[in-house]
Write a protein that binds this ligand. Structure first.
Ligand code: IMP
Ligand code: MG
Length: 174
């Protein structure tokens, strides 16, 4: 089956404008302090790049890779860490940078793991949020855009590892 890329939902320009607004919000909230941005592999790559440029503070970055078993469009409840961070989080302001919050299972697991390392705080910054799908008790602190329960690709988001490099978020029409 040839997958077709459907209607564009958010353009690069819209996403970068939103990232700038969120970056300014973070800059104000943590004025004078350092923040550690932890990107979730692999989907957060482009959003991470936009967010880190938009924050005018001392910024350090790291990456974590957690995966939950399941099919390519849904997640199971079982999460494992495939690559951990290398940064000491003790007393730090931590912001997890995520591509999309769906059921929240993966993010909830990551947040709890990071909280155990005694940071000053752990916030969540996600490009997209599908609140109608939430199972786990987790919510974003900085959300780019809320979307309906539809499968989207592009700007880091994949379907079967494809489409991550598209410079926009689009519906996937199979
Ligand atoms: P959760 O644990 O159910 O919140 O799953 C989150 C992860 O599932 C995201 O980081 C994505 O990798 C993937 N995911 C959820 N919804 C979508 C989507 O619409 N498009 C692409 N990936 C998605
Ligand atoms: Mg992901």
């Amino acid at each position: 089956m040839a997958d077709t890329i459907g209607t564009i939902l958010f353009t690069e320009k819209q996403i970068q404008k939103r990232a700038k607004e969120i970056g300014e919000e973070i800059t104000k909230e943590f004025a004078g302090e350092e923040v550690i941005l932890i990107g979730t592999l692999k989907g957060s790559c482009l959003w991470m790049a936009d967010i880190m440029k938009a924050i005018s503070l001392d910024v350090k970055i790291d990456y974590i890779w957690a995966s939950s078993y399941g099919s390519s469009t849904t997640t199971s409840g079982i999460v494992t860490i495939k690559k951990d961070i290398e940064t000491d989080l003790h007393g730090k302001n931590v912001i997890i940078i995520e591509d999309i919050i769906d059921t929240g299972t993966t993010l909830n697991y990551i947040k709890n793991q990071l909280k155990e390392r005694n940071p000053k705080c752990v916030k969540i910054c996600s490009m997209l949020d599908k609140p109608s799908r939430r199972i786990a008790d987790v919510q974003g602190d900085y959300i780019g855009f809320e979307i309906e329960n539809l499968f989207v690709v592009g700007y880091g988001l994949d379907y079967d590892q494809k489409y991550r490099s598209l410079p926009y978020v689009s519906f996937l029409e199979g």
